[in-house]
Ligand binder design. Structure first.
Ligand code: SF4
Length: 202
């Protein structure tokens, strides 16, 4: 009888030990899985970021649903312009953080960036310059297949300021001349009905 109870006790102890071992193995496998999934997600996010062509940096403002909620447009009283860049990213250069605007275009990269894209990005550079009190040395134009780094030179800056002034003057003018010969632009333009004879095409 005593022998039977001792054998049962040993069996119980062995069963408990085996159960503890199984739980331990299960926990180890779960932790390993979490680490592997975490690593894979980190790798995928880094890879996705690299594919954008954008620098590694913190997105501090986003208008495309990445990172933070959409905020108000940035207004510059000094330059008389308002706008909402798709992203603002902070990039470390020469030991200091600089804020770079990013304009996103859904189309493929053209053979050369359009003037309108360059000027739009330049306007965002002006907004960053006034709002954050630091002039960005460049901005990013991100197309579906490539990201271009466009320098914000003195010439581009001045051109953007001149165009902004021209637009302000045009607002009160009774008639504004068309500044392009692109039928496609007029065809898809939302102001076509109000544009009258200036509009190109049927
Ligand atoms: S329809 Fe008028 S406003 Fe629109 S793109 Fe053509 S010229 Fe410009």
């Amino acid at each position: 009888m005593r022998f039977a109870s001792a054998a049962a006790g040993k069996f119980c102890a062995r069963a408990k030990k085996a159960q503890r071992k199984r739980v331990g193995l299960f926990l180890f496998a779960a932790i390993l899985l979490l680490v592997l999934v975490g690593g894979a997600l980190l790798w995928m996010s880094r890879r996705a970021h690299e594919q954008t062509g954008l620098p590694q940096g913190e997105v501090i403002y986003s208008d495309v649903g990445i990172g933070q909620a959409v905020e108000k447009p940035i207004f510059s009283r000094r330059f008389g312009i308002v706008g909402r860049p798709d992203y603002l990213v902070t990039v470390k250069e020469a030991g200091r953080d600089i804020i770079i605007p990013v304009e996103v275009k859904s189309r493929q990269r053209p053979s050369a960036p359009f003037d309108s894209h360059i000027l739009q990005l330049a306007a965002y550079c002006l907004l960053v310059e006034d709002h954050y009190k630091q002039r960005p040395p460049y901005g990013f134009l991100r197309y579906a297949d490539a990201t271009l780094k466009l320098p914000f030179t003195d010439e581009v800056r001045q051109l953007a300021l001149d165009i902004a002034a021209e637009i302000r003057t045009s607002r009160t003018a009774t008639d504004v001349a068309r500044q392009h010969h692109d039928f496609g632009r007029c065809r898809g333009c939302g102001y076509r009905a109000a544009c009258g004879e200036q509009a190109l095409g049927e």
